[in-house]
Ligand binder design. Structure first.
Ligand SMILES: Nc1ncnc2c1ncn2[C@@H]1O[C@H](COP(=O)(O)OP(=O)(O)OP(=O)(O)O)[C@@H](O)[C@H]1O
Length: 350
């Protein structure tokens, strides 16, 4: 439903988006996450036909992004959506339905259905007097008046209270059950995890990972083991010392920092089963024993911090139009599996 190949957008010699390749299947909810300035909004605006790409191919619902027909197939929700303050939700939404030439009866049905589902009361109230959450719901309803196949939402739940956030996210999730394809950006990784089928992680203009949330987590996150050790209070220093002295562990320093007192036990967080065995031996040497081992899966947030913490090649083209280093994606086999595209893979990665 959406094909993006080698997308690049530069402003002067600054690259807002660099060699970005991804596709979104029909009926999929696809999330774009990344820190401030990563290039999410620019990518979405290109998809919505509001910004021309400097380079690359973009196709939405079978139309090139510069084809005016493409906009008719699309509902765009910008990050900030100023509404005509003097209008009411109903008059505002009917106005947009008219712009799209939606027959009055179909428009009314669509508007009522969207506002009912979004639980928007006060439909005759002036938009200027509505809360931020209400306005956001009206803007979401606006994105649906032309019954588009593709919805592009920039931070749909930004700045909303938890109840309204949930309602908006649930609604986003439900859209795919009606056959819509949704691309949205978010900062809140929990939102992305709860709603998206697949995600792209952007950093400094590049897609540095993409795939299912679980796939990305598996590739990037590290499972850690929490080992709970019971040692008599008189022997606790001995345990810490023995563990700190182990030079057969990946990182004795990190291990040392990871020993915490939890109630009358010690909790040691280690990265491998070998390290778990090392803790077991140390506990025995200190006259205690391991009483519990828990596995901790990485959250998307752990993964995100790991990925975006990596250095990226420069974004400035120096006027020549060529990046300091090539990164991003090569575009092949994007749909086949979960993929990651670190711009500069650290040694030994992948
Ligand atoms: N019209 C423009 N002219 C110059 N630079 C721009 C323009 N639009 C965006 N940029 C720059 O491109 C980079 C990416 O911006 P973009 O808005 O796409 O990031 P974002 O990931 O959506 O960030 P945020 O999460 O803060 O909204 C930023 O450094 C931004 O300043």
């Amino acid at each position: 439903m959406i094909e993006v190949e080698g997308l690049r957008k530069t402003y002067g010699d600054f690259a807002a988006v660099v060699d970005s390749t991804f596709s979104v299947e029909e009926g999929e909810v696809f999330g774009i996450v990344g820190p401030n300035g990563a290039g999410k909004t620019t990518t979405l605006k290109v998809l919505a036909g509001l910004v021309d790409p400097t380079d690359g191919e973009v196709e939405v619902a079978g139309f090139a992004s510069d084809d005016p027909e493409m906009r008719r197939q699309l509902g765009f929700l910008p990050e900030e959506s100023p509404l005509y303050e003097e209008m009411t939700p109903l008059s505002y939404l009917r106005f947009f339905a008219d712009l799209y030439d939606v027959p009055r009866e179909a428009a009314n049905e669509r508007i009522e259905a969207a506002l009912d589902r979004l639980e928007l009361d006060h439909r005759e109230r002036r938009l200027g007097d509505m809360s931020k959450g209400m306005k956001r719901k009206v803007a979401i309803a606006r994105s649906l008046v032309n019954d588009p196949d593709v919805l592009v939402y920039d931070e749909p739940a930004s700045g909303l209270d938890p109840v309204t956030t949930n309602s908006v996210l649930e609604f986003t999730h439900e859209l795919r059950e009606t056959g819509k394809t949704v691309v949205f950006s978010a900062h809140n990784l929990y939102h992305v995890e709860s709603v998206c089928d697949r995600v792209a992680v952007m950093n400094e203009g590049r897609i540095v990972a993409r795939g299912s949330v679980d796939g990305i987590r598996e590739r990037h996150g590290e499972t850690t083991y929490r080992v709970f050790t019971d040692v008599s209070p008189a022997r606790t220093d001995a345990l810490v010392e023995i563990l700190g002295d182990r030079d057969d562990l990946d990182s004795p320093d990190a291990l040392d920092a990871a020993i915490e007192e939890v109630g009358d036990r010690f909790r040691t967080t280690v990265p491998t089963m070998d390290a778990v065995e090392a803790v077991r031996e140390a506990a025995a040497a200190a006259g205690g024993e391991v009483v519990d081992i828990r596995t901790r899966e990485p959250s998307l947030e752990d993964v995100f911090l790991d990925i975006v913490g990596r250095p990226m090649p420069g974004r400035y083209t120096g006027g020549g139009g060529v990046e300091a280093a090539d990164g991003g994606n090569d575009g092949d086999g994007e749909r086949a599996s979960d993929e990651t595209r670190p711009a500069e893979p650290p040694e030994g990665a992948e």
